[in-house]
Write a protein that binds this ligand. Structure first.
Ligand code: PLP
Length: 394
């Protein structure tokens, strides 16, 4: 029974991946499952990026790369931070990793001591709490509501701070809620943080470009925050490159060097071909990927319009990413198709088994009243999925 470490026994399996596995299982049994559980664009990687990768292979990029990334990729990242975020970084502040997931894990390993508290506005992305626990930190969830567009207020932030608080960690645009913090809202949070100079912020901006209202803001550009904010980004989402596995950070040099140290002992430099392809992605004008963002925007509107017709789904208007996160607590206590719905997991499972639509329970994201529906799927699939959901629930 003690074969496995307590560390791993205390860790949850990624609920999004678990749902995808369950959906695959039912699919293998011949069921017509529509998968709306994964956070993955349904586009192909743009051709100009694929071409750069092919060229890199032919140019014999096959050796170990520097642990923290190729120098010219770092230059491209520095250019991107300047162009999109008005942030100035030097090469020693940049670390390229195997996906933003590794970037986040590096930061946690580099700065969290056992018992350190990490404030996670909920809903938060599934892996945050598990990465914090792996680093022996303590996740401190702060609940938000759909009425407030799932945003944490400055008062809530201040109330959650204790002498043990090491970090505030969030994503904007947010996975799973699609919430985008405005400049003013971030400045208000920064005003609280300025009173606590020892707190580090992890700002996960991987959905930056998938933003339908425009105006992305980085915590690092708020007054007094640059020297203690780690800005995390990557190419998985906006460039449809989930499998290429490239993420990166811009950070205070001390933290970046510590991440470099962690990565140097665990995985070394990220895949060399994917790094070359990422240079092409980041150097291209953002207009090159506009067609995907426009499509997500159309689908967001479609999904909201269709879901509004289902009684019991409380919705807000997510302004970014590619998820809707309805509050479905109206169904709690009801029995549908012989199954009693006590929580979001029950509803998500009912939708999988009866409507053959895969979603993810909000419990995985620290929001037990909601479910996450990804609209990174075709219009036809979205329409069919919501029709089935409606039929099962009414
Ligand atoms: N951060 C957020 C908020 C995400 O949703 C994801 C992917 O689902 C990641 C980070 C990880 O991205 P990557 O594929 O680059 O590891």
């Amino acid at each position: 029974s003690n074969l496995l470490s307590e560390r791993i026994l205390n860790m949850s399996t990624s609920a999004t991946l678990a749902m995808a596995a369950k959906a695959r299982e039912l699919k293998a049994e011949g069921k017509d499952i529509i998968g709306l559980s994964l956070g993955e664009p349904d586009f192909n990687t743009p051709d100009f990026i694929k071409d750069a990768a092919k060229e890199a292979i032919d140019q014999n990029y096959n050796s170990y790369s520097p642990v923290d990334g190729y120098a010219d990729l770092k230059t491209a990242i520095i250019g991107k931070f300047k162009r999109d975020n008005h942030l100035d970084y030097t090469p020693s502040q940049i670390v390229v990793s195997t996906g933003a997931k590794q970037s986040l894990a590096n930061v946690a390993m580099a700065v969290i001591n056992p018992g350190d508290e990490v404030i996670l506005p909920a809903p938060y992305w599934v892996s945050y709490s598990e990465i914090v626990k792996l680093a022996e930190g303590v996740p401190v969830e702060v609940a938000t509501t759909i009425e407030n567009d799932f945003k944490i207020t400055p008062e809530q932030l201040e109330a959650a701070i204790t002498p043990k608080t090491k970090m505030l960690w969030y994503s904007s645009p947010c996975n799973p809620s699609g919430t985008v913090y405005s400049k003013e809202e971030l400045e208000a949070l920064a005003a609280v943080l300025r009173k606590y100079p020892e707190i580090i912020v992890v700002s996960d901006e991987i959905y930056e470009h998938i933003n339908f209202k425009g105006g992305h803001h980085s915590m690092a550009s708020c007054e007094g925050m640059y020297d203690r904010t780690v800005t995390v980004n990557g190419v998985s989402k906006a460039y449809a490159m989930t499998g290429w596995r490239i993420g990166y950070i811009g950070a205070p040099e001390k933290i970046a060097r510590a991440c470099n140290k962690v990565q140097g002992q665990i995985t070394s430099g990220a895949n060399c071909i994917a790094q070359r392809a990422t240079i092409a992605a980041l150097e291209a004008p953002v207009s090159e990927i506009r067609y995907m963002i426009d499509k997500f925007h159309e689908r967001r509107d479609l999904v909201l319009e269709l879901l509004q017709e289902i009684p019991g789904f409380k919705l807000n208007v997510p302004e970014g990413a590619f998820y809707v996160f309805p509050d479905i607590s109206d169904f709690f206590g009801k029995t549908i198709k012989g199954k009693t719905i006590n929580n979001a997991s029950d509803l998500s499972m009912l939708l999988l088994e009866e409507a053959h639509v895969a979603t993810v329970t909000g419990e995985a994201f620290g929001s037990p009243n909601c479910i996450r529906i990804s609209y990174a799927a075709s219009e036809a699939e979205l329409k069919e999925a919501i029709k089935r959901i409606k039929e099962v629930l009414s």
